[in-house]
Design a protein around this ligand. Structure first.
Ligand SMILES: Nc1ncnc2c1ncn2[C@@H]1O[C@H](COP(=O)(O)OP(=O)(O)OP(=O)(O)O)[C@@H](O)[C@H]1O
Length: 605
């Protein structure tokens, strides 16, 4: 187990070094400043001994030169320190930036199944917490891991030169320090993994909650959420407290060893000075050098722990980077819209990974240029899944889809998707301006084309009334707009895309009559003479469709025009009349409310 973990970390480190090697030059300069820093550290010990000896010898003349030397030393040391810190930060920032971008490029290419399986909050945590942690490893921690043993070695060499017996006493604690690191290291590693997992859970939780403030407010579940958050937060605190205990034990144990050796060596050094076999200056230099020997050894276990934490974080990032992608390079927007004549689905079946039952079962249909096809049916019938397969988000288990006689499995995903303009149920708008959102339909669209699309989508007037017009920031997922406004912007985006087939997933959320009318008008303009495949939840909107398919349990159980299906008195007939009854009930309820609200004041008069 332990060995497997070590091998895994070794693999992660090798992987991480490919990023580090891209900055060979910076690392070389950093190595130079580090080595120079060690020389500067030893120089201080030497300077102390020279000043002390000059003082003991009452050699006043020597001080002028020593002061000048000291000032130059301070200047050089400050410059070296600046370059050293700057380079560490620069390398770490650059590697973090590269990892972030690689991760984003990879994430954008991940298949839909990845997003269905993994929580977006977990991904967020890898983009932020883990990225930060890896940055530390490639800068500060990495260099200190190299610097500290070198400093200890150099100090040991100097100590040997001063007095070999003292040097050996000091060096004897080395193995003990490593033992400390080993004892506490594995506890620290396990603790880090638990903290990272808890961080990922809390980020996922926050992501869900903060993205749906209306839900928690309307359900008044603030206390419940607070309690759940408290649990998540306390789990992290309890692990952090454990970390504090482990770090405290590691730190105090290693500084105990360090101080013990230090005192021992000091007593011996004092004894040598008293006996006259060691100069006072040499003893002062020795005390300084002791610090350089003790400090790296006592810092080493902590550094190894930090490195392990960072490698854990890097492992989580590489896990994402190793997840299979659906495309090797991010697709380009296809500038020229493809011609479309006919789409055929033949005996298409599909089950979600791990699911026992088919979500699509032997679906066959034909859609011709200009035709308007509607899909209706009970919830869970497979309507959205059909769209997902068409868009190439999932591959069918059996059967094929042909567009103009070409198998979609032989097309690039970019080419396949260029056939469709998709209007999702939930609008799918992003934080940013209206202009940016509409342009996602066609990044090359000019101002006139954007305004025209807004006009056709019945969105022009409301956008122009906003203080910042097209530049208005619509908030998270368009939260500063009404439901109907969001839908009309989503339609404008699809209009701008101008693809031959329109995939329209009608919103289930009911809009008020006025808003509904505006959206319906926009949809009609969007459909125009376009080939349309629409998932319809309100059957009243699709009575003119060329063909209506009724889907149930992944199968097409009925198909035909509105009149034919009504006459057949089958599933569609049942769905249609039950919805009609519901709508009538809602309408009469609304009439009663209106009557009540207009009637009450007149009674009061
Ligand atoms: N990501 C998924 N993983 C596993 N099963 C899924 C997934 N998405 C949908 N399903 C299942 O596939 C079946 C068809 O779902 P689908 O979303 O296509 O239905 P739908 O007709 O669009 O429903 P609705 O009208 O409610 O949107 C359902 O049984 C559903 O539970």
């Amino acid at each position: 187990m332990e060995r497997a973990g070590f091998l895994k970390q070794k693999g992660v480190f090798t992987r991480l070094s490919t990023y580090m090697l891209r900055h060979k030059l910076l690392y070389t300069v950093l190595l130079f400043t580090t080595l120079f820093g060690i020389v500067l550290d030893l120089t201080i010990a030497w300077l102390l001994s020279v000043i002390t000896d000059a003082a003991v010898r009452l050699d006043v003349k020597a001080f002028k030169g020593l002061v000048i030397f000291g000032l130059i030393y301070l200047l050089v040391s400050a410059i070296n320190g600046f370059i050293d810190r700057y380079l560490k930060n620069k390398i770490s920032a650059k590697i973090r930036n590269e990892l972030r971008q690689d991760m984003m490029r990879h994430t954008l290419a991940l298949p839909q199944s990845y997003f269905d399986r993994n929580h977006s909050g977990d991904l967020l945590s890898r983009f932020t917490n883990d990225n930060q942690s890896v940055g530390n490893a490639t800068g500060e921690v990495m260099i200190d891991l190299i610097r500290n043993p070198l400093l200890a070695l150099a100090a040991f060499g100097y100590l040997l030169y001063i007095n070999w017996l003292l040097a050996l006493i000091c060096f004897a604690m080395g193995p003990l320090m490593f033992l400390t690191g080993k004892i506490f290291g594995s506890a620290m590693r396990e603790n880090s993994v638990r903290i990272q997992n808890n961080m990922s859970k809390i980020t996922s939780f926050l992501h869900d909650i903060l993205g749906s403030s209306m839900v928690f407010k309307s359900f008044s579940i603030e206390r419940r959420l607070m309690k759940q958050y408290q649990e998540h937060s306390e789990n992290i605190t309890s692990e952090e407290l454990k970390r504090g205990r482990i770090e405290g034990a590691t730190g105090s144990f290693s500084s105990f060893l360090g101080n013990f050796t230090f005192l021992l060596a000091l007593v011996v050094a004092g004894y040598f000075v008293a006996k006259g076999s060691l100069e006072v200056g040499a003893m002062i230099a020795f005390i300084q050098l002791m610090n350089y020997l003790v400090m790296p050894f006592s810092a080493l276990p902590g550094l190894i722990n930090s490195m392990q934490q960072s490698l854990g974080a890097a492992g989580r990032i590489f896990e994402v980077l190793d997840s299979p992608v659906e495309v090797n390079t991010l697709p380009e927007v296809v500038a020229k819209q493809p011609e479309f004549e006919r789409m055929v689905m033949s005996s298409l079946s599909f089950s979600y990974p791990g699911a026992e039952k088919h979500s699509l079962n032997k679906i066959s249909l034909e859609l011709h240029k200009g035709a308007q096809m509607a899909i209706v049916g009970p919830s869970g019938g497979g309507k959205s899944t059909l769209f997902k397969v068409l868009l190439g988000l999932y591959e069918p288990d059996e059967g094929e889809v042909f567009i103009n006689n070409e198998k979609i499995s032989d097309m690039s995903l970019a080419k396949l998707r260029s056939h469709f303009a998709y209007v999702p149920q939930e609008s799918g708008l992003y934080t940013g301006s209206i202009r940016d959102n509409i342009r996602n339909g066609n990044p090359d669209a000019d101002e006139q084309e954007i305004l025209e699309a807004l006009r056709q989508a019945n969105a022009y007037d409301f956008v122009m009334e906003l203080p910042e017009g097209l530049d208005t920031d619509i908030g998270e997922e368009g939260s500063r707009l009404s439901g109907g406004q969001r839908q009309r912007l989503s339609i404008a985006r699809a209009i701008l895309r101008n693809s031959p087939i329109l995939l329209l997933d009608e919103a289930t959320a009911a809009l008020d009559n006025e808003s509904e009318k505006l959206v319906q008008q926009a949809i009609r303009k969007l459909m125009g003479d376009k080939t349309t495949l629409v998932i319809a939840h309100r059957l009243s909107t699709i009575q003119n469709a060329d063909v209506i398919l009724v889907m149930e349990n992944g199968e097409i159980v009925e198909s035909g025009t509105h009149d034919v299906l009504l006459a057949a008195e089958g599933r569609y007939h049942g769905l249609y009349y039950s919805q009609l009854e519901e709508e009538e009930a809602v309408e009469s309820e609304q009439e009663l409310i209106e009557l009540a609200s207009t009637g009450v004041p007149s009674l009061l008069k």
